[in-house]
Design a protein around this ligand. Structure first.
Ligand code: ATP
Length: 432
């Protein structure tokens, strides 16, 4: 099958030109370049589905039988991309303004023990395809002059695509790299495919091997799932398979989680959906249990803070379940919490009143500041120090509650607040 005409329709023309430019450089070096992985899969999928292509990607994976780093360095002299090279792995990334091209030296991988990182040596395209996860991801398109556009499909990926099957390339695939368990389920649920019978069996047998995988690698694959359009599908499926509880004993997929993910997607401006989803996955549980999951996933500090804040805030949400709260009271309650935690709480709470208050904080209250700042207060004769901080806070509360609206209002209130201070406190402030 030749895909030359299709790829030209599928790729935006600037990206196609970049690919052809790199291809010309490769030819000059006497090396052969191939388009590989997800792009080939998605292109074939788009041919079999009616209507315009969906899920278009603008990042290309290219494999060269040659030296990817040297090729990328040579290609980078045109168009001024940012070049990130990994000499050790023989890979390079070319980052253009709107596109990224990943170039890899065709390689052969051998696994010394389950879950270990593979030993990598240079190889042919054939070696490079057999090291891949599933048949549908193990196809390439040749960019060589003599067979430009030809589909290279040694593992019958196209047939599996047509039959809707996720199939590993060999029986040791999941034990070589158990993160493929998460990948299999991600593609299965994204594409509405099923696991081919033997693959399903191998996957289930390999679940205990997830224990051998580092926290970073598991978290990375979990985050890839959480970037899907409807991650709850893969999360539920991993739950059914027993893979989720193998990663963290409290983790599970259920109707509540699916509904809260759906509410998260409808948030106005979600900070980071994957982070919000993770907060929701541990929401129902106790802090000690959640700490175990954070450790297992080697969770970075920022994400850990969002998760811990979500649990802390959960214990205080009832305080927002009152209709008569003043805006300043809502602000005082929420201002110390991580934004992701507040957004996760909107998706988690089933009280409309609590959600209304959280939304009020997110959309309005957190942006409200006083018109006067410290410099203005100094000009009014208020010395810098804790007292000034208190005045600014009182001004902010008054503003939140609509008690002041102009600079003049704020100046008046600031002077009043200073007058109420005891003479000794004033002297103390003047000493600063
Ligand atoms: P998508 O981005 O749509 O999920 P992709 O194919 O681009 O799909 P990546 O995770 O970027 O997915 O991986 C690129 C390619 O690298 C895959 O198509 C697959 O061939 C290969 N690959 C990635 N991870 C693994 C793995 N753990 N084992 C084997 N091959 C892998």
């Amino acid at each position: 099958m030749n895909l030359a005409r299709h790829i030209e329709q599928y790729l935006p023309s600037p990206l196609l030109e970049l690919m052809l430019h790199i291809n010309a450089e490769a030819a000059e070096r006497g090396e052969t370049l191939y388009l590989v992985g997800g792009i080939v899969r998605d292109l074939l999928l788009s041919l079999s589905s009616p209507g315009p292509p969906t899920g278009l990607r603008f990042d290309l994976d290219l494999v060269v039988e040659g030296d990817a780093v040297k090729l990328a360095t040579q290609a980078a002299t045109t168009g001024r991309p940012r070049l990130l090279a990994h000499h050790r792995f023989g890979t390079a990334k070319l980052k253009y303004e709107t596109f990224t091209l990943d170039l890899a030296t065709a390689r052969k991988e051998t696994y010394e023990r389950p879950g270990a990182l593979p030993r990598v040596t240079p190889g042919t395209l054939k070696d490079d395809l057999i090291r891949r996860d599933f048949s549908i991801n193990a196809m390439a398109m040749s960019l060589a002059t003599q067979d430009y556009g030809e589909l290279i499909d040694p593992h019958k990926g196209k047939t599996d695509l047509e039959q809707g099957l996720i199939r590993v390339l060999h029986a040791a695939s999941f034990s070589d790299d158990p993160t493929r368990i998460l990948r299999a389920v991600r593609y299965e649920q994204r594409l509405g495919f099923v696991l081919e019978a033997e693959t399903a069996q191998l996957l289930e047998q390999s679940i205990p091997m997830l224990d051998a995988i580092s926290g970073d690698r598991i978290r990375h694959e979990l985050e890839m799932i959480l970037r899907e359009d409807r991650p709850e599908l893969a999360i539920n499926r991993l739950g059914e398979l027993g893979a989720l509880s193998r990663i963290g004993h409290i983790l599970t997929g259920d109707d509540w989680l699916a509904a809260s993910f759906d509410r998260a997607r409808r948030l106005k401006r979600p900070a980071q959906l994957p982070a919000i989803y993770l907060c929701l996955m541990v929401y129902p549980y106790h802090e000690d249990e959640v700490e175990q999951v954070l450790t297992r996933l080697s969770t970075p500090a920022k994400l850990s803070r969002a998760i811990r804040d979500t649990l802390r805030l959960k214990g205080r949400l009832h305080l927002l379940d009152r209709p008569a709260l003043k805006p300043s009271e809502v602000y005082d309650l929420l201002q110390e919490y991580d934004l992701t935690a507040i957004q996760a709480s909107v998706a988690a709470s089933d009280s409309p009143e609590v959600r209304r208050h959280l939304q009020l904080f997110l959309t309005k209250l957190r942006h409200i500041t006083t018109l006067l700042d410290g410099e203005d207060l100094k000009r009014l004769g208020i010395p810098a120090g804790p007292h000034m901080g208190q005045i600014l806070q009182t001004l902010r509360r008054a503003r939140l509650d609509g008690e002041v609206s102009t600079r003049a209002d704020e100046e008046r209130l600031a002077s009043e607040l200073t007058q109420y201070r005891s003479p000794s406190a004033k002297q103390e402030g003047q000493g600063r």
